[in-house]
Design a protein around this ligand. Structure first.
Ligand code: PLP
Length: 376
């Protein structure tokens, strides 16, 4: 099987599985329990929290463990929604993940005004427009660090400063950035950021919300109520094996040689160059001229039958957009927002490489695509 869907999810690294193992049925105590076994679990959580914090250039108490980025993002938007007296304007980019767009839509239903920032034809937020629409009425600005479908990287620090100059909070969806580009809560000057462990060879169902200054600095009512874990922001029994797995994945990331990303970018370029030869002038590489994630290739190809391609290439796993949009032939909101001139004949394919993708994987993939392509 050839796996080219790393942006949807990654396999758990063997070291991650090994680190998690004792916490299922040996050191399985509740991390909030006062007895010795509980303290063992709490200690494992503390170690993992430090590992995640170091990886994000944050402080341990600023890391709130959640079930993943969707929950983290929802917490931020729900917090704002619950605030009794607040500004009532939100700014998001048009190419956010549904976790952000749907959360913003919820607040819109409740009377907030939502501005969806357009992006340039290269898939980057238009800063001139951002500067105009972020005003002293804006409560929250939420922009992703990198896009899941096309990999384009956003000018996060610039947008953070625009938000702060207007007195607004700034949230970053950093799910796709982690592990594929430098991530620093300090350098980005953000107030909140969302993460999922399963995109960095960690387990599914665990992630984090970064809250600048920690739970004591949370500016709104707490949306979830219960036993008070995670500073009251994410109450509920801690997922100790998941947290330990997330910590282990972050530790691996921290020690990973920098050349890995360069190598992935070289392979991604090799793939794009060979597909350019296969499709000639039918292919467009989205975001080709701007900074992109090294593992991501979003391609718009004219007149190909993607259903047949998927059917014929059973052992090659790739995507026709984000995983949540699969099953429909319609171009995703991301592609439509980036390429305003995309037509009904255009089809989108996304290839996202794992860290262990090899040159021969790429050569095989190109050959399989070439042999199985059918034009409509
Ligand atoms: N944001 C981005 C950019 C994503 O790519 C994803 C998942 O694909 C999410 C948020 C949601 O992550 P999760 O499903 O782990 O909550």
């Amino acid at each position: 099987m050839l796996y080219f869907d790393a942006n949807a999810t990654t396999p758990c690294a063997p070291e991650v599985l090994e680190a998690m193992r004792p916490y299922w049925n040996t050191s399985f105590a509740n991390a909030s329990s006062p007895h010795r076994a509980g303290r063992v679990a709490a200690q494992a959580v503390a170690v993992a929290r430090r590992a995640v914090a170091e990886c994000l250039d944050a402080r341990p108490h600023e890391i709130i463990f959640t079930s993943g980025a969707t929950e983290s993002t929802n917490l931020v938007f729900w917090g704002l929604l619950l605030a009794p007296r607040t500004r009532r304007h939100i700014v998001v980019s048009a190419i956010e993940h549904k976790a952000v767009l749907e959360s913003a839509a919820l607040l819109e239903e409740q009377g907030f005004e939502v501005t969806r920032l357009p992006v340039t034809p290269d898939g980057v937020v238009d800063l001139n427009i951002a500067a105009r629409v972020i005003t002293p009425e804006t409560a929250l600005v939420s922009v992703q660090a990198a896009n899941n479908e096309i990999g384009t990287i956003q000018p996060i620090l610039h947008i953070a400063r625009l938000a702060h100059q207007a007195g607004a909070f700034f949230h970053v969806d950093a799910v796709q950035a982690l592990g594929k580009m430098p991530v620093s809560m300090l350098d980005w000057e953000c107030d909140f950021a969302s993460f999922s462990a399963h995109k960095i060879y960690g387990p599914k169902g665990i992630g984090a919300l970064f809250v600048k200054g920690g739970p004591m600095r949370w500016p709104w009512p707490r949306p979830l109520r219960g036993g008070g874990q995670e500073g009251g922001l994410r109450p509920g029994t801690l997922n100790v094996p998941g947290i330990v797995g997330f910590g282990a994945a972050c530790e691996i990331l921290r020690q990973r040689p920098a050349e890995i990303l360069e190598n992935i970018a070289t392979l991604r370029d090799l793939l794009e160059n060979s597909l350019k030869k296969v499709f000639n002038n039918r292919i467009r590489i989205v975001g080709e001229n701007v900074e992109r994630l090294p593992n991501t290739s979003g391609l718009l190809i004219k007149d190909i039958d993607t259903d047949i391609l998927f059917l014929r290439c059973k052992n090659v796993l790739f995507s026709n957009g984000s995983a949540c949009n699969s099953g429909t032939i319609e171009l995703s909101h991301v592609v439509k927002s980036v390429l305003l001139d995309a037509s009904l004949d255009d089809r989108f394919l996304r290839f996202s490489l794992l860290e262990n993708t090899t040159k021969s994987d790429i050569e095989l993939l190109s050959r399989i695509i070439q042999e199985n392509i059918l034009y409509e």
